[in-house]
Design a binder for this molecule. Structure first.
Ligand code: C5P
Length: 404
C-alpha cells in the first residue's frame, strides 16, 4: 500500500454501469480498498448482466446497492444519506448512456440520482465503442461534465472488445487510481482546467497528400502529462502523432488546423490555462481535391493556399479567455527578438522560445527553452522534455496562483 494516499479512510461510491469493462471494475474496487478506502458499489441494472453483485460484495465487504426504490436499503442508508456519505463518486466503467444522463442531470436510477444529489468529488472512466466515443454528442456531454468539475480518466486507445481499434477502452484500474490520486491530492494545479494543443496539423491536398511539418508532439504530450501529475484536469487536443495518451488526460484527436480551432473553442469554457504547443500549419490548400490528383491529367505545379486562423491569438482574444495563455515559438534565428514580437502580437501572457536551427529539438527527447513573460522576465530551462515540462508547469502555476 502507498505510504500516504488520498484514498485512506475515504468513502467512495463506485458506480458500475453496463459495459464489458465491468470486469476491470472488480480490480478497481480491490485497489481502492487496498489504499484504505471504504468502497460502496452501486450497480446499474445492465451492469449486473456482466458481473454478479456478489463479486463486488466479496471484494468490498459491503452489500451492493442496486435500486433507487429499495425499502430495505433505504431503511439503512437512504440515497440522500449515501450522497452525503460519499467523498468521491467514481463511475467506472461509464457507458455512453450514463455519460449522457450524468451530463444532463437525469436521474432515472440510484447511481444517477446520487450524482445529482451529492456535492462531493466526482470522476468518470468512460468506456465505449470508439465510434460512440468520437460522436459529437458524447464529446459535448463530456465537456459539460469537465466544465462542472468532474475528473475524467481515459479512455485508452487500442483493440476493443467488439474488435474495433480506437479510443474508448476503459483505463486500467491502476491508472485510474494513480490519476485520481494526483488530481485529488492538492498539487499546485489542483482544480485547474488546462487545455493543451500538440503535434502538427495535416492540411490535405487530396485524399493521399498533405502539407505538414516536423512536429512530433512530444513536448505537448509531456506538458499534458506534467499538468495532470500536478493535479490539473487536462484536455489535450492532438494533431496526427504516434504517441500514447498520458494517464489521466482527456484527448481529442484532430487532423487539420480548422478542426483544431473548433476543438479548442469547444473546450475553452472555464479553462484556467491554455498552452498552444501545436505546430499549426499556417496555410492550407484552398481547394483540396476529393480524388487523388494525377500527374498525367492534373496540373501539379501549383497549389493555391489560404491562411489558417491563428488559434492561440483567437484564444487570447476570446470572451472566455483563459486566465493564462501560453504559446511556443520555434525559431531558427534571433530567437528572443522573434519570440518577444509574437508574445505581443498574439496578446499572450507567456511564450516559450525554442531554437530549431538545423532541425534541432523536433522529435528529440531533450530540449532547451526560454520562458519569456509579458512582465519582461526570462527563465532558461533544459533537460528531458518531461523534466522541462514539469519546470514550465511549475513556473506557470506560480504565475496562475499569484494572478488576481
Ligand atoms: O507564429 P508561430 O506559428 O511561430 O507561433 C507559434 C505559436 O502560435 C504556437 O503557440 C502555436 O501553437 C500557435 N499558433 C496557432 N495557430 C496558428 C499558428 C500558430 O495557435 N495558426
Amino acid at each position: 500500500m502507498a505510504e500516504t494516499t488520498w484514498f485512506q479512510n475515504k468513502h467512495i461510491v463506485l458506480g458500475v454501469t453496463g459495459g464489458i469493462a465491468c470486469y476491470k471494475a472488480c480490480e478497481l474496487a480491490r485497489e481502492l480498498g487496498r489504499r484504505g478506502a471504504v468502497v460502496q458499489v452501486v450497480m446499474t441494472e445492465s451492469a449486473t448482466a456482466f458481473v454478479s453483485p456478489l463479486t463486488f460484495q466479496a471484494l468490498t465487504g459491503r452489500e451492493v446497492r442496486l435500486s433507487l426504490l429499495d425499502p430495505k436499503a433505504e431503511a439503512g442508508m437512504g440515497h440522500i444519506e449515501l450522497a452525503r456519505w460519499a467523498d468521491l463518486i467514481l463511475v467506472a466503467p461509464c457507458t455512453a448512456n450514463t455519460l449522457a444522463q450524468l451530463a444532463q442531470g437525469q436521474a432515472p436510477d440510484l447511481l444517477t440520482t446520487l450524482w445529482v444529489a451529492a456535492h462531493c468529488e466526482k470522476a468518470i472512466a468512460p468506456a465505449m465503442n470508439q465510434q460512440m466515443w468520437k460522436h459529437d454528442l458524447a464529446q459535448e456531454n463530456l465537456q459539460r461534465l469537465v466544465s462542472s468539475g468532474t475528473h475524467i480518466v481515459g479512455p485508452d486507445s487500442g483493440i476493443q472488445a467488439c474488435g474495433d481499434v480506437g479510443s474508448g477502452r476503459m483505463s486500467e484500474p491502476m491508472d485510474i487510481v494513480l490519476t485520481l490520486e494526483s488530481a485529488l491530492s492538492r498539487g499546485p494545479l489542483a482544480k485547474r482546467k488546462v487545455v493543451i494543443t500538440a503535434g502538427p496539423t495535416h492540411e490535405p491536398i487530396d485524399p493521399v497528400r498533405y502539407i505538414a511539418n516536423r512536429s512530433s508532439g512530444k513536448m505537448g504530450f509531456a506538458l499534458a502529462e506534467a499538468a495532470s501529475r500536478l493535479g490539473a484536469s487536462v484536455t489535450l487536443i492532438a494533431g496526427p502523432v504516434y504517441l500514447q495518451t498520458p494517464v489521466g488526460v482527456s484527448r481529442i484527436d484532430v487532423e487539420t488546423a480548422a478542426e483544431m480551432f473548433e476543438a479548442v473553442h469547444q473546450s475553452l469554457d472555464d479553462t484556467d490555462l491554455f498552452i498552444g504547443a501545436a505546430a499549426v500549419c499556417d496555410m492550407r490548400p484552398s481547394h483540396p481535391s476529393a480524388n487523388k490528383l494525377k500527374k498525367s491529367t492534373d496540373d501539379l505545379s501549383h497549389i493555391t493556399l489560404t491562411e489558417n486562423p491563428d488559434i492561440i491569438q483567437s484564444v487570447a482574444n476570446a470572451k472566455n479567455r483563459p486566465k493564462l495563455v501560453v504559446g511556443f515559438a520555434a525559431e531558427t534565428d534571433d530567437m528572443l527578438a522573434h519570440a518577444t514580437q509574437k508574445l505581443t502580437a498574439k496578446s499572450l501572457d507567456i511564450i516559450i522560445a525554442n531554437c530549431v536551427e538545423n532541425g534541432q529539438i523536433f522529435g528529440q527527447d531533450d530540449t532547451q527553452a526560454t520562458i519569456l513573460s509579458s512582465h519582461g522576465d526570462a527563465q532558461v530551462v533544459s533537460g528531458s522534455k518531461s523534466q522541462v515540462a514539469i519546470d514550465i508547469l511549475n513556473t506557470l502555476s506560480e504565475r496562475l496562483n499569484t494572478r488576481i
